[in-house]
Design a protein around this ligand. Structure first.
Ligand code: NAI
Ligand code: MG
Length: 474
């Protein structure tokens, strides 16, 4: 862990075993940080704000972040290998994740000195300045699906605005995050600017969320924990940004570019083995060409291959035993309920025993009230269903508790606009789908997908505050 610029173990000396999902074997140990370690990290961050970190100009913060972006790229292969071993993702995905991580530091590093305050016209004899200021100590609870990318997404804007951060990465995959914090020290981030405490969610995570001396929480993860985070934030009256997943739909109309739509739909659910908050997990298809389109999707889906990171196929294993059981339970329950499997991918016969592999599965004619049509599986399971017209498509698309992202596939310009406006979610793709990408694009949910915006310039606003200075000069 890194606290106050030093590499440390948990004060208790306790550790947690790290298992690789590739083979289920233990290969590392991480510190099991607890409340006492969180206390030190928050204190170190607080000190950094009045110390060297707080004294840097916006330009200097930005330059450090750009240096960090290059340092990440210089260590991209090492980080990708670590991430692949820890999460099981194919090497191509892990490598791409490191490019995106570097991009967050580049984007926000370049933005650091371009966030200006405002001058507000007021009564005669007054000068009113609106200053934009850091929030203070920001807390970042990171999930295990894209550890490195998510850490970049969360702390990039916070550091650019001059906050001091405390990161609690996920116990299921945090080796890349711990290494990123070391890299930050190497490029010269002052002590306490970036602290990281590994440990369990209910120990280190809960202690961080309810710490009385933090000023903001960024959380990505499950709905259940999101509610706990919001309660903790409420008790200390601090702001939180919550990103709690989704059940993102594709709406495919019969005038769509079928080939492009079909291959994008398949990619959108198998990416990262379906463990993506924005996974395109529902496929809504106009009924008059449902059969034709689904046979195209099924043919592509049946070619999906699952293997180890080194095999570098379409999917890796899922992150742990409980996620494997969760995905398999959804598949078994759907079969028991009589839902029809239209296609399945294949697990490579040479994967090690004991790894957490699941079979990518496409279900057809899923009734809107079936759990598979509205619950987040977080695995490579796609639920298809027909719709009769535009209004029906919109009703189905908006008919879950989630609202993170959606894609509409049609060549009709008017329909593109109407549907995009009618969808209740934070991002809409038209004739395209980008699960996870685009550091420039404001991102976040409505309804149970959470609130607040990350990425783009909006994250800089989320992670800062304003002060209105009203000056009477006569
Ligand atoms: P989780 O919500 O428990 O874990 C996410 C992060 O929250 C981890 O860093 C964890 O240590 C932390 N955490 C857990 N309990 C906490 C607590 N009481 N206080 C503070 N922090 C806490 O997610 P989990 O259990 O690993 O996965 C369950 C489901 O959650 C997944 O199947 C998926 O549906 C959803 N999920 C969604 C993600 C997304 O990208 N939106 C990412 C991870 C999980
Ligand atoms: Mg959990």
């Amino acid at each position: 862990m890194i606290i106050g610029g030093k590499a440390v173990q948990a004060q208790s000396g306790k550790t947690l075993e790290v298992r690789s999902p590739v083979d289920g074997l233990t290969f590392e140990a991480i510190p099991r940080g607890e409340a006492a370690d969180i206390d030190l990290a928050v204190a170190a961050a607080r000190q950094a704000l009045s110390g060297a970190w707080g004294k840097l100009s916006a330009l200097e913060r930005g330059r450090l972040m750009l240096k960090m972006a290059q340092h990440i790229l210089d260590h991209a292969e090492e980080l990708a290998l670590l991430e692949a071993r820890d999460t099981g993702k194919p090497m191509t995905t892990a490598r791409n994740d490191m490019v995106v991580l570097a991009r967050y530091f580049e984007f926000y590093g370049s933005a650091a000195d371009k966030i200006h305050g405002e001058v507000i016209p007021f009564l005669n004899g007054y000068q009113v300045n609106l200053l934009r200021e850091p929030l203070g100590v920001t807390a970042h609870i990171i999930p295990w699906n894209y550890p490195a990318q998510m850490m970049g997404r969360s702390i990039g804007p916070a550091l650019a605005m001059g906050n001091a951060v405390v990161v609690k990465p996920a116990e299921d995959a945090c080796l890349s995050c711990l290494r990123i914090a070391e890299l930050a020290l190497e490029v010269g981030f002052p002590p306490g600017a970036l602290n990281i405490v590994s440990g369990l969610g209910e120990e280190a995570g809960a202690a961080l969320a309810k710490h009385p001396d933090i000023n903001f929480i960024s959380f990505t993860g499950s709905n259940e924990v999101g509610v706990l985070i919001q309660q903790a934030a409420a008790l200390n009256a601090v702001k939180c940004v919550l990103e709690l997943g989704g059940k993102s739909p594709h709406l495919v109309f019969s005038d769509a570019n079928l080939e492009l739509a079909a291959s994008t739909v398949v990619r959108g659910i198998i990416q990262n083995t379906g463990q993506t908050c924005t996974a395109g997990s529902r496929l809504l298809v106009q009924s008059d060409f449902y059969e034709e389109f689904l046979s195209l999707v099924a043919e592509k889906f049946s070619r999906v291959r699952v293997g180890t990171p080194e095999m570098n196929l379409d999917c890796g294993p899922v992150v742990n035993l409980s996620q494997q059981q969760r995905v398999n339970k959804y598949i078994a329950q759907a079969q028991q309920d009589g839902l029809k499997i239209l296609a399945q991918g294949q697990i490579d016969p040479n994967v090690p025993n004991g790894g957490y592999y699941v079979t990518p599965t496409l279900f057809g004619q899923v009734p809107a009230e079936h759990p598979l049509a509205h619950e987040e599986v977080f695995g490579p399971v796609l639920a298809a269903m027909p719709f009769v017209d535009e209004a029906h498509a919109i009703a189905l698309a908006n008919g879950t508790d989630y609202g993170l992202l959606a894609a509409v596939w049609t060549e009709n310009g008017g329909r593109q606009q109407r549907v995009a406006k009618a969808l209740k979610c934070g991002q809409v793709f038209v004739n395209s789908f980008g699960a996870g990408g685009g550091v420039e694009l404001p991102f976040g949910g409505v309804k149970r997908s959470g609130h607040g915006r990350e990425k783009g310039f909006m994250a800089l606003e989320e992670m800062s505050t304003t002060k209105t200075v009203i000056h009477f000069h006569g």
